[in-house]
Write a protein of this length. Structure first.
Ligand code: KG4
Ligand code: ZN
Length: 366
């Protein structure tokens, strides 16, 4: 985890106008290239001035999943025009940046390398500090960025249990204070988004099918078919979704007619979605109650799911918990969360990352 072991203002680069402090103005360019979205954003004093994403979803759809070589090529092609456009939208010249940040890990190795090296090179050219950001740590704080235009609301920060659910990860994290967190659990096999996408594929939907399944499930009966709720009643905070996907596969093998009937198809989507959502909601709220925190947050692509948002809201209200859901456009991978986290680290006096630091594809959230 960044922030606890490097929390030392004296280590801050001399290139900084001054070290940390709430009153100082700071403008940060962030880059995100950990998977299949090239993101670039500029954040000034908590205000997101520009946040652009060049999505590769349609490119990878033809292959039924993210192809790392293609993702890398697209990041290489996109990052510079995107950075120019982001600065233009923010109305800034590169020289007005105080610091530069990029996702350092975890993620696809070569994809990460593009944003990391680009960020380090910009920082070198401008003689500014550079921050290598943990992708999941950035997701952790994205629910605190709200409004139009978006603004980071850290004055309202409180300890929370954070659910991060995406195509690659399903994590439950106890966020005790800004920069201090503890991993409670994760998936032992497939991520929740992966389960959505694989079930969608079984239904013949294009990759990534999570959002399409969400739409198809609308109006369906979530109790029509009974699918397993893996690890729901086990006391730990881990998840498992591959068994659920397998049971849908066997169900469709035995009942292929379901796919030809629009009503049953909708019921199937609603039933699978209900199983995934129930496990995520139940385990998140249970962890929050056990730890005695008053707040739950959620982020990552699957947090766009409308049933997840609705059920988390209901369960948190019933349990007397405040809920902060990342706004849909900030649920997906983006660079605003990268730049916002870098600003918070800068203000806390966290040491910058060396300009020759390597990418960390398997960087664990401590
Ligand atoms: O965070 P993200 O953009 O990328 C990473 O995987 O890191 O998340 C993408 C995932 C995909 O699995 C996608 O199918 C899923 O989020 N997703 C959804 C919805 N929107 C996106 N899953 C269920 N319901 C949705 N509405
Ligand atoms: Zn992500």
């Amino acid at each position: 985890m960044m922030g606890t072991d490097t929390n030392c203002a004296s280590k801050i680069s001399l290139a900084l106008p001054a070290a940390g402090g709430a009153a100082l103005s700071v403008t940060i360019l962030g880059l995100e290239t950990s998977c299949d979205e090239t993101g670039c954003a500029v954040v000034r004093n908590g205000q997101v001035l520009a946040n652009l994403v060049a999505s590769q979803v349609t490119l990878h759809a033809d292959y039924g999943g993210v192809v790392p070589e293609l993702a890398t090529r697209e990041h290489l092609r996109n990052w510079l025009p995107l950075a120019r456009q982001t600065l233009a939208e923010a109305g800034l010249a590169p020289g007005e940046l105080t610091a530069v940040a990029a996702t350092q890990g975890p993620g696809l190795p070569n994809a990460l390398l593009v944003g990391l090296r680009a960020g380090q090179a910009i920082a070198f050219a401008l003689d500014r500090p550079f921050y290598g950001i943990h992708h999941h740590e950035a997701h952790l704080y994205s629910p605190w960025i709200t409004g139009h235009p978006p603004r980071a609301e850290f004055d309202r920060f409180e300890p929370n249990v954070a659910l991060i659910v995406s195509g690659g990860h399903t994590l439950l994290v106890s966020v005790e204070a800004e920069g201090r967190h503890r991993l409670l659990g994760g998936t032992v096999d497939d991520a929740a988004g992966e389960c959505f996408d694989k079930v969608a594929k079984l239904l013949g939907l294009p990759y990534p099918g999570g959002a399409l399944l969400d739409r198809l499930a609308e109006g369906g009966n979530p109790t029509a078919f009974d699918f397993p709720r893996p690890m729901l009643s086990e006391a730990h905070d881990d998840f498992s979704f591959s068994g659920l996907k397998t049971s849908v596969r066997y169900f469709l093998r035995d009942h292929p007619e379901v796919l030809d009937d629009p009503v049953q198809r909708r019921d199937l989507c609603a039933s699978v979605q209900a199983a995934i959502v129930e496990v995520l909601v139940m385990k998140t709220v249970r962890a929050a109650r056990r730890l005695g925190v008053k707040c739950v947050t959620a982020s990552g692509g699957v947090t766009c799911n409308r049933e997840l948002r609705r059920h988390l809201a209901g369960a948190c209200t019933a349990a007397g918990l405040r809920l902060r859901l990342a706004e849909p456009r900030l649920c997906m991978d983006n660079a605003a969360m990268v730049a916002v986290l870098a600003e918070r680290q800068w203000r806390r006096g966290v040491a910058p990352t060396p300009l020759d630091a390597e990418m960390r594809p398997r960087w664990e959230l401590a």
